[in-house]
Write a protein that binds this ligand. Structure first.
Ligand code: NAD
Ligand code: DAU
Length: 414
């Protein structure tokens, strides 16, 4: 088995070493990932470790894509701990039904006793923390859950992981990783002409959500510096793709358009985000997990800065092509400008050169290819959409788009 893994490793070496020859991001990313995966396998096999990873929040949007992609590329089991909040959905994982490599555990990252017991039972080589409250608008309506999960929960998780890691033998201890999945929103906002965020940009979070993520990043950093916990942090831009909960811009526009409802654009629609197809975020996380330097942070982004209104028009144009309306009108006629989000960050932009140059990662999708796949996925999965638009979802839409928040009405169009 070791020699087979070594042989594959040797076969992949020239690819990884000569990335300049590749014309597409696809081959570079695949080389990077397969090279480090094989390297890791050889090391672990030689040391006789049981291999598994422990993912938190793996029933959410990015977490479920990550688990699915991981098991498509590797036989290494995934323990998936998720509290199944409104955003957690086991339907995202139905393609893994009956797959013994996926071990789902219902629970809270803040439950130290439970997490400690799970770590002791499964003995993972890495913990990847996706679990969070993730929606900015919800954090404006009610920040409490964000403080609880994103700060207190991450602290509790770090304590459980520190205790588990402290009990490993020297070799397993050295190989262990805690990877914390964070956001570009911790850096605050940019003007139109500012350079993109690098990893050295100061933290300046502006919403309760981003402040809670910033606090969790600082805790992760502190556990490395104080206790030597082998941590890695990724700060990613806006994701889109399959299983994206329709409270967020792109899936909300798709489902509202198809339902004949208004497409609510906040303010002037000229806020800029940097969009990354979710599968590219997943490949970046795999790359950082296998090859990132301990204690380092890595920005992840798609070099796809676009104003919101352009995104909405792109979605409408694709729907016009793929599901034309009976009356021949464009879905764009449903666009409705509504009151802006309080404290709305004007622009995010990610400088991902560190990840690209040090670890050889590149996104596979352009915005055009990724948004087409995304719209096609929503058109092909009406049952998933219907299931997530449950009573709780309808209640949120009512709160966000028709009810006043602390100071003034946020949006009134539905
Ligand atoms: P999501 O809201 O879709 O999913 C979050 C998941 O975490 C859900 O399955 C939920 O049930 C689970 N969860 C929440 N609280 C929990 C708790 N206390 N214990 C265990 N599980 C819990 O979020 P997402 O968009 O998939 O984001 C995942 C991570 O990536 C988050 O940390 C987020 O901050 C970060 N991130 C998201 C984006 C984006 O564009 N969506 C971009 C950059 C970073
Ligand atoms: O930048 C990374 C972040 O991206 C992640 O950390 C967050 O978890 C994720 O939710 C996302 O945050 P945003 O606030 O940027 O995403 P959202 O989809 O909520 O909004 C995208 C932009 O679209 C933002 O400028 C607000 C605007 N918007 C959003 C909604 C829901 C609208 O104009 N209308 C809407 O109805």
């Amino acid at each position: 088995m070791i020699s087979r893994a070594c042989k594959r490793l040797v076969l992949h070496l020239p690819d990884a070493a000569s990335t300049e020859r590749h014309e597409t991001g696809a081959s570079i990313t695949q080389s990077c990932h397969s090279f480090f995966r094989e390297l890791n396998k050889v090391g672990a096999l030689q040391k006789g470790h049981n291999m598994s990873i422990f993912v938190t929040g793996g029933a959410g949007f990015i977490g479920s894509n990550f688990v699915i992609d991981w098991l498509a590329a590797s036989d290494e089991p995934v323990v998936n701990l998720d509290k199944l909040t409104y955003a957690g959905n086991l339907q995202n994982l139905t393609s893994l039904a009956g797959d013994s490599r996926h071990i789902f555990e219902h629970g809270d990252i803040g439950d130290t006793a439970r997490v400690s017991q799970l770590l002791a039972a499964h003995r993972p080589r890495a913990v990847l923390n996706f679990a969070a409250e993730s929606h900015v608008d919800r954090s404006i309506h009610g920040p409490g859950e964000f403080i609880q999960t994103n700060i207190v929960g991450t602290f509790a998780l770090l304590e459980s992981v520190r205790a588990y890691w402290g009990g490993l033998d020297a070799s397993a201890k050295a190989d262990f990783r805690f990877l914390h999945v964070s956001t570009d929103e911790v850096y605050g906002t940019l003007s139109r002409t500012d350079p993109a965020f690098t990893e050295a940009h100061r933290y300046q979070p502006n919403s309760p959500y981003s402040a809670s993520k910033a606090a969790s990043d600082h805790l992760v950093r502190a556990y490395h510096h104080t206790y030597g916990l082998p941590v890695l942090t990724t700060n990613c831009s806006n994701n889109y793709g399959p299983y994206h909960f329709p409270e967020k811009l792109i899936p909300l526009m798709i489902v509202n358009a198809l339902a004949g409802k208004p497409l609510p654009v906040y303010g002037d629609g000229m806020q800029v985000r940097d969009w990354l197809y979710v599968k590219d975020h997943c490949s970046a996380i795999r790359c950082v997990l296998e090859a990132g330097s301990l204690g380092e942070t890595y920005n992840v982004g798609g070099w796809n800065e676009k104003p919101n209104i352009e995104i909405v028009h792109a979605v409408c144009a694709l729907l016009d092509e793929l599901r034309p309306k009976a009356d021949g009108s464009s879905y764009a006629t449903q666009i409705a400008y509504v009151k802006d989000r309080p404290g709305h960050d004007r622009r995010y932009a990610i400088d991902a050169r560190k990840l690209e140059q040090e670890l050889g990662w590149r996104p596979l999708e352009t915005f055009d290819s990724g948004i087409r796949k995304t719209v096609q996925w929503y058109l092909g999965n009406p049952d998933w959409v219907a299931q997530v638009q449950s009573g709780a979802y309808r209640q949120w839409v009512q709160t966000q788009y028709t009810e006043p928040v602390a100071k003034g009405v946020l949006a009134t169009c539905i």
